[in-house]
Design a protein around this ligand. Structure first.
Ligand SMILES: NC(=O)C1=CN([C@@H]2O[C@H](COP(=O)(O)OP(=O)(O)OC[C@H]3O[C@@H](n4cnc5c(N)ncnc54)[C@H](OP(=O)(O)O)[C@@H]3O)[C@@H](O)[C@H]2O)C=CC1
Ligand SMILES: CC(=O)N[C@@H](CCC(=O)OP(=O)(O)O)C(=O)O
Length: 315
């Protein structure tokens, strides 16, 4: 008998990708819900009670309500929303942080999946703070490009409508008040003393992210250059099936494209620049390692399986 999985919000962008990846797996039994009942408390509760694992692919408020329905059950919840990422009662995803994090994910019943932009910043920064190169007081900034599927069904509909206004054909900066919802998890997980300056940009392509973190090496605690920074990142992710740190010159003829991992569940890191000024660039899919792919990776870890089971990796 397979693991019983219920995807609450399976008709949304994140839920659909999880469904697509899981429906092909003989070890997983997907619990269906009548489309007319999918927002009805009693029906959702019944599905949760029948499940071993529940993915929440809902807006924040709906995710909080859904968690309350699981009270008194033994179900394990993976929440893709922002609602529980800073809740100490929940385990934060991103298994690649450390062996300890992997272990915590394997045991938890309440897992908060990382935010898509946050996944890129954390992948670039956390190994540098952990190695003592970047102090907690480092004046961090990050630039993050995302495809429009990052905004869910409503944003997809706007970008794909025949009457698209002209500005949707250009990159659009947002988060203009410096209050983006991913800042808190970035500060906590990267062990920073203050929030970074964060520049998210949504552009006219379906999916894929390019998170670029500028680094001044003269602000580091010790004298290091480009090669050492790359070595720290490469050592941190050594052996990971999901995070690949590229060697010098492995970019595409001097370009890095934000949609290059669209459709894949893993992540590429490039370290470019010179010994004084470096950019750590992280490429992945907002629906892959930024959401649905990561959520399935953590389910696999919970089930004691190879973390890459059923996922699509390019590297
Ligand atoms: N898109 C992305 O790249 C990423 C998304 N996320 C997170 O994933 C979650 C889902 O986002 P996304 O898939 O993009 O959003 P979508 O808007 O595409 O999908 C959300 C789905 O939830 C459904 N829904 C809303 N309220 C309820 C409810 N009370 N009960 C049951 N279903 C409900 C919606 O129904 P209806 O179809 O009727 O609108 C919709 O199908 C969000 O919390 C988001 O922050 C995280 C990382 C990346
Ligand atoms: C283009 C766009 O709007 N993207 C969303 C990020 C996707 C998302 O819903 O964020 P979580 O990863 O926190 O769930 C945003 O920046 O708010």
């Amino acid at each position: 008998m397979g693991t019983k999985v219920f995807i609450d919000g399976h008709e949304g962008t994140t839920g659909l990708r999880i469904h697509k990846r899981l429906q092909a797996r003989p070890d997983i039994e997907l619990i269906g819900i009548d489309p007319a009942e999918r927002k009805k408390t009693a029906a959702v509760k019944r599905c949760m009670e029948a499940a071993d694992i529940v993915f929440l692919c809902l807006p924040d408020a709906a995710a909080v309500e859904a968690v309350a329905l699981a009270d008194g059950t033994n179900v394990r919840i993976i929440d893709t929303s922002t609602a529980h990422r800073s809740d100490p009662a929940w385990t934060y995803g991103f298994a690649e942080l450390s062996g300890q994090q992997f272990e915590a994910i394997s045991k938890t019943k309440r897992l908060a999946n990382p935010g898509c932009h946050a996944s890129g910043v954390i992948a670039a920064v956390r190994p540098l703070t952990e190695a003592g190169l970047m102090g907690g007081d480092y004046p961090l900034s990050a630039f993050s490009l995302t495809g429009y599927s990052g905004g869910g069904k409503k944003m997809i509909a706007k970008y794909e409508s025949g009457e698209k206004p002209a500005e949707l054909s250009a990159p659009r900066q947002y988060g203009l008040t410096q209050n983006h919802k991913h800042l808190q998890e970035i500060v906590t997980v990267c062990k920073l003393q203050r929030e970074p300056v964060f520049l998210p940009v949504v552009d006219d392509y379906y999916s894929g992210m390019e998170v670029a973190v500028p680094v001044f090496t003269h602000l580091f605690g010790e004298k290091v250059g480009l090669a050492e920074v790359r070595d720290v990142l490469a050592a941190h992710y050594d052996g990971s099936p999901f995070v690949h740190v590229h060697a010098a010159g492995e970019d595409k003829g001097g370009f890095l494209a934000a949609n290059s991992l669209s459709g894949y569940d893993d992540m590429d890191i490039f370290v470019t620049g010179n010994d004084e000024r470096i950019v750590v660039t992280v490429l992945f899919d907002n629906l892959g390692k930024g959401a649905s792919g990561a959520a399935i990776e953590y389910m696999n870890i919970m089930l004691g399986l190879d973390p890459a089971t059923g996922l699509v990796l390019h590297g």
